[in-house]
Design a protein around this ligand. Structure first.
Ligand code: MN
Ligand code: MN
Length: 458
């Protein structure tokens, strides 16, 4: 199967250029001006931007949390992803206390099943650091896993400082990368009790129990531990200016610290938590204020923020999040967003001049591919790379609504956001899986075996 995309503005590593792109089989086989069509199917792309398939560094599909489970499973979550221009998601296998990493991998591969609409890789969330876990790490690369996640919050998941240090030393030996949920879990416990004792049980109480200092303290501690261990770290879902300052002030000049943020920390303010339906907006870390948003946009523009993932973790408002509206500790944490990341950043970022198109491409595709061992197979429009492509049509302006979304959840925190353009077509490894905004029925996604960070192997 051959397809020639004609006359689109290609988001190439050196900048955007109007060119043709030829795909054959699963790969990109030529990029240039006036390519001969031969027997290829011709798709007109004039007036549109052609982007490499987007990579979401952070999703939670089919995640059980305290007696309930996320609204999206891998089928609905990957369908929503690909409709929004995301051709790879990286989800999390989570180790059980007392369990092995291999068991977690098997459980999550089982949950993923065969029906996935985009390619899926797994990070390994380590919740029980011990000698057996340490020994098991050496086998993870054979399963395609080279990135790990640790929680510094949540009493049932969190790693203490000694475990963080030992794990970072071990991961450094292997050549992998560890990401950290940076909030001081013990402080959260103390502050939650204090906020509740003051009678603040509404959704805004959740944010009061996890102020920016809780994030900044965990970040500063992590960065010092990582420096002792000589290991790179990835700070996931950075939410606050205070957290950003902690990174700037604590990192050594040569220390490798990667930063991820999410659309919700750029676009949604904490004032939403005080609305009648405030439970919809509860996530951890919580939404922040305008100064935090401005600082994160500036850091994204400057390239200080390396990746932008969604932390998609969808719970319905009715029957799930709403159940905790009078006691914030009972609200399942998390926001849906896997479908809307590209639309939001194209509109609120590129169209409004807050970030360039090349910065968007870096943070949403190329940098994730490099950090998580997928580059240059993924993350770039280049000859030899997988033909994962997004055709962005600026004429497809639309409004984000829960009614119009593919995510299988009963609300969106971006209800009413006007998008200046839209995803017209998406190719996954050379196959057009979204055509004129419609998803084909066949699920063509695959589990991705990843290599080491920055290995840059095809
Ligand atoms: Mn987290
Ligand atoms: Mn998460």
């Amino acid at each position: 199967m051959k397809t020639l995309l004609q006359g689109g503005l290609l988001a190439l590593p050196g900048g955007a250029e109007r060119m043709d792109l030829l795909m054959e089989g699963e790969r990109i086989t030529a990029i240039g001006k006036n390519l001969p069509a031969g027997d290829a199917e011709i798709i007109g792309a004039a007036g549109c931007t052609v982007l490499p398939g987007m990579i979401d560094t952070h999703t939670h599909f089919d995640l059980p949390v305290s007696g309930t489970v996320t609204a999206d499973d891998f089928a609905s979550g990957t369908a929503a992803a690909v409709l929004g221009g995301t051709t790879v998601v990286l989800d999390f296998a989570t180790q059980d206390k007392g369990g092995t990493l291999r068991e977690a991998y098997d459980v999550w591969r089982g949950r993923m099943g065969e029906k996935i609409y985009c390619d899926v890789g797994l990070h390994m969330a380590v919740t029980d650091w011990n000698a057996r876990t340490s020994a098991e790490l050496g086998g993870m690369a054979d399963l395609g896993i080279t990135s790990y996640k640790f929680y510094m919050a949540y009493p049932n998941l969190m790693a203490e400082d000694d475990a963080i240090y030992e794990a970072l030393c071990r991961i450094r030996e292997e050549g992998g990368i560890a990401g950290f949920h940076c909030e001081n879990g013990r402080l959260v416990t103390a502050l939650t009790a204090e906020v509740k004792a003051r009678g603040r049980l509404d959704p805004a109480g959740h944010a009061l129990s996890r102020p920016p200092a809780v994030e900044a303290e965990a970040i500063a501690r992590l960065l010092r531990i990582a420096r002792l261990a000589g290991a790179p770290v990835n700070v996931v879902h950075l939410s606050s200016l205070e957290g950003l300052r902690a990174i700037r002030e604590t990192r050594a000049p040569d220390q490798k610290v990667y930063i991820e943020t999410c659309p919700q920390y750029l676009l949604l303010a904490d004032s939403l938590l005080r609305a009648a339906d405030g439970a919809k907006y509860v996530c951890s870390p919580p939404l922040r204020g305008r100064a935090d948003q401005a600082a994160l946009w500036a850091a994204l523009k400057a390239g200080e923020i390396f990746t932008l993932g969604t932390d998609h973790c969808s719970f319905n408002y009715k029957g799930q999040k709403e159940a905790g509206k009078d006691d914030f500790t009972k609200i399942p944490n998390g926001l849906p967003g896997v479908e809307h990341r590209l639309c939001l950043i194209m509109t609120e970022g590129v169209a409004k001049g807050r970030v360039s198109l090349s910065r968007l491409t870096a943070a949403l595709s190329e940098n994730p591919a490099r950090l998580f061992g997928l580059y240059p197979k993924k993350g770039v429009l280049a000859v030899g790379s997988d033909a994962d492509l997004v055709l962005w049509d600026p004429a497809l302006t639309h409004v984000i609504t829960a009614k119009g979304q593919a995510q299988r959840v009963d609300y969106t925190p971006y209800e009413g956001f006007e998008v200046s353009g839209g995803v017209r077509d998406v190719w996954l490894r050379g196959r057009r899986v979204v055509a004129a905004g419609s998803l084909e029925n066949t699920a063509r996604g695959k589990y991705l075996r990843r290599t080491f960070p920055f290995a840059d192997k095809m």
